[in-house]
Design a protein around this ligand. Structure first.
Ligand code: MG
Length: 171
């Protein structure tokens, strides 16, 4: 397409983003999900702290602004991200969202894992995610499923959609 025919970049009033991630369970590491450490005999492996939910949310935020994905900004090959607290990734995504002139309206996630049960921690997880995103708790959806028939009992999977809205202008 010739440059002159290309649609111009627009500042949409709202934008949607989608993120997905999976990590394998591993012994000898704490289970970090949604910025919390959940009691369980195994944690999630990976280069960082393996926080599958924060990674999916981070990618959803980056996707909403058509930005580079989490692995491009924080390459697993870079030793500085070894064992990294995933809130660092989320904060960078939020910085980019803000820089583009947007604010998070709401976020909705589904966690898929065989164990531990998410139900008893759901409210604490929603509270923590709301705090990390600086949005009210009633703007954070979280569902948990077990991987029926999927054969992924050794992994935790997270799907997230996020809605951004144009940030209010500062006076
Ligand atoms: Mg990940």
């Amino acid at each position: 397409m010739p440059a002159s025919k290309k649609p111009k970049a627009t500042k949409l009033p709202i934008r949607i983003g989608y993120g997905w991630d999976s990590h394998e369970f591993k012994r000898g590491t704490p289970l970090k999900i949604g910025g919390l450490t959940l009691p369980h005999e195994r944690g999630l492996g990976g280069h960082s702290d393996g926080d599958v939910l924060l990674h999916a949310i981070t990618d959803a935020l980056l996707g909403a602004i058509a930005g580079p994905d989490i692995g491009t900004i924080f390459p697993p090959s870079d030793p500085q991200w070894k064992g990294a607290d995933s809130t660092v990734f989320l904060e960078e995504a939020l910085r980019r969202v803000k820089q583009e002139g947007y604010a998070v309206a709401n976020v909705d996630s589904t966690l898929i894992l065989a164990a531990p049960k998410v139900g008893p921690h759901a409210s604490a997880l929603r509270e923590r995610v709301a705090e990390l995103l600086s949005i009210p708790q009633n703007c954070v959806g979280l569902k948990a499923k077990t991987p029926e028939g999927m054969g992924t009992d050794n992994a935790a999977i997270a799907h997230t959609v996020v809605l951004l809205q144009k940030a209010a202008r500062r006076r």
